[in-house]
Ligand binder design. Sequence first.
Ligand code: PGA
Length: 251
Amino acid sequence: MRKKVIAGNWKMYMDIAGAVNLITGIKAGLNKDSLNCDVVICPPAVNLETANELVKNSPIGLGAQNMYFEDQGAFTGEISAPMLKAVGCGYVILGHSERRTIFGEKDELINKKVIKALASGLTPIFCIGETLEERENGTTFSVVKTQITEGLKGVSADDITKVIVAYEPVWAIGTGKTASPEQAQEVHKYIRTMLSEMYGSDKADSVTIQYGGSVKPENAAELLGQPDIDGALVGGACLKADSFLAIIHAV
Ligand code: PGA
């Protein structure tokens, strides 16, 4: 009943020529008739306009990797929700662990961005996840709980089903270490239970919860086969059409 969504987080990779090449490759290899998930690409902001032209009339959705919560103003270096909408974005990744750790984004700021994205008609891909230290300390659930409670503060029951939650254990991102399907499922189930306590089980059952962290063609089917894993947020493996397509077709 809930949608599976495979999203590619390109991070700070690909110039325009690389973006054209990658999107052309993904489009060529997508089997539209047997596609049973939503596909989203999130290129760097400078490539969004070009990407939008290329994904028009295709099943590929477009997303950004970040945004600010004000519509406009003196915020050097930032991009707003209306600007993303104007270049054709339907999605925006928010609270990615690299934003949290390298750029110091806190739950309160991420929450403002989530609220703004929803008010602007953008689907937030809201990222949460524990560090290795937190996992080893046994605090995974409490870390995830705080990130959800703070990050989704003020999100209404009507809006929660428009949010995609991406559980990305920080220790699995870009490291080649994937959470085992059981480890991932355990946290996904916990997230859904939390959402159920906050919004009721009908709503919680409709929320797409993606797994992210070293997802690749070799492990995608097993991860995506878990009952509470509804898709993937893919970093490294989304930068080559073949591996991104293999993950999409694993759904
Ligand atoms: P990875 O990145 O697939 O390269 O681990 C995932 C992410 O950061 O979203």
